[in-house]
Design a protein around this ligand. Structure first.
Ligand SMILES: *[C@@H]1O[C@H](CO)[C@@H](O)[C@H](O)[C@H]1NC(C)=O
Ligand SMILES: *[C@@H]1O[C@H](CO)[C@@H](O)[C@H](O)[C@H]1NC(C)=O
Ligand SMILES: *[C@@H]1O[C@H](CO)[C@@H](O)[C@H](O)[C@H]1NC(C)=O
Length: 352
């Protein structure tokens, strides 16, 4: 097939035109994507880091719920670990065989808080049964957290610092051996003394069980709950104080525009991390007005602001609510400014 010179020119320009279109489309798309990424970076990068970090930590843990009386405390065992409520701990059985010292080191490496994890300390028959059941194949033995140095007459405590009150030694254990010893729980079903403990030379290799105590996590969690409750109560009270109502609009306060029930200014909204800002499709001003008209968005903003500047309130005797109101009224240094005192004094009765 042959083309006339005119056809050739026409086809060639088609070709170039389509190539041009592809290049243009590609540049528009990639520029859009870069803007999108930059916006994300800009959008309170520092502010979001904490949240991202928190999300990652939550994701990497296996969350399950336990009901402790009235309190609902989330139990955070990493996946592969099992929770025992009685001791508020997570346990993991390792079926590789290592010396006592290596096993202990692996326990320490297995969570991100070394101080809360060690070889297991067994303090009741129930816990002993629980540990035993971690090994579906009941064979061999597993290190537990008991160690006795050479020339010391007896085991005198758990490696994790717990007192050695409960003992489940097998027959003739612990013997009179004055070497450097550890202890194992015997797993072999049907063996003499199975489920009981036995002393073993520290260099022998065995399976082992690690225990992570959650007291600290639980304490942190409860403290966080208490704090969030106090913040929420304070915001209720601020709302009552300002005579909260729907659709209050914007007013001029000291030459600045403040919007909504909590009188949020634009600068304040930026400073609190611009919650609910819908990046590409609205300006920050629009987001600010929308957020300050919306009680729950405003509260998110106030809580963020408080979390961010609380360290500027070093006076330990101040309540959370006093700090919150004075920061809210006076900005980052509000706790140290006398001009915020009247606001707090006016709210004090309702908000304490
Ligand atoms: C979380 O733990 C539960 C109970 O121990 C288990 O059934 C579940 O498969 C675990 N989920 C993940 C994602 O590890
Ligand atoms: C700390 O705060 C308390 C409670 O508001 C107040 O009574 C006290 O005077 C403050 N102390 C200082 C040194 O500002
Ligand atoms: C705030 O008030 C206290 C006493 O009421 C006074 O000692 C202090 O100097 C004042 N601070 C400022 C910055 O005005």
């Amino acid at each position: 097939m042959r083309y006339s010179p005119i056809q050739k020119v026409v086809y060639r320009s088609y070709f170039w035109f389509i190539a041009f279109l592809i290049v243009v489309a590609y540049s528009i798309l990639s520029t859009g994507y870069i803007i999108y990424l930059l916006r994300d970076l800009y959008h309170g990068a520092a502010h979001d880091l904490r949240l991202i970090d928190e999300n990652l930590r939550t994701l990497s843990k296996n969350l399950s719920l336990c009901h402790d009386g009235k309190l609902k405390i989330p139990v955070m065992c990493q996946s592969g670990w099992k929770y025992l409520k009685k001791t508020n701990s997570c346990y993991r059985a390792f079926d590789v065989e290592l010396s006592f010292t290596d096993a202990r080191a692996i326990c320490k490496e297995s969570t991100n808080d070394r101080s809360q994890v060690d070889l297991v300390s067994i303090q009741s028959l129930e816990e002993n049964q629980f540990v035993y059941d971690l090994f579906p194949e009941a064979k061999g033995a597993a290190w537990i957290g008991l160690e006795k140095f050479a020339k010391i007459p007896d085991f005198d405590g758990w490696t994790n610092g717990k007192v050695l009150n409960y003992r489940l030694w097998g027959n003739g254990e612990p013997g009179k051996d004055d070497g450097h010893l550890g202890a194992v729980i015997q797993l072999g079903y049907g063996d003499l003394d199975w489920q009981h403990w036995k002393t073993v030379d520290i260099m022998k290799k065995h399976q082992f069980v690690c225990q992570q105590r959650l007291e600290k996590e639980t304490r942190d969690y409860l403290a966080k709950q208490k704090r969030e409750k106090a913040m929420s109560k304070c915001m209720d009270c601020m709302c009552a104080q300002e005579n909260c109502q729907n659709d209050i609009g914007c007013v001029e306060v000291w030459g600045r525009t403040a919007c909504g029930n909590y009188q949020i200014t634009f600068d304040y909204y930026i400073d609190c991390g611009m919650p609910k800002w819908m990046g590409m499709i609205e300006t920050q001003e629009e987001a600010w007005k929308r957020c300050s008209q919306d009680i729950s968005c405003s509260r998110e903003c106030i809580a963020n602001y408080y979390n961010r500047w609380e360290t500027n309130c070093p006076n330990k005797t101040m309540t959370i609510c006093e700090r919150m109101i004075r920061l809210h009224k006076g900005g980052p240094n509000g706790c140290n400014q006398n001009m915020t005192l009247p606001f707090w004094n006016a709210a004090r009765d309702k908000c304490s």
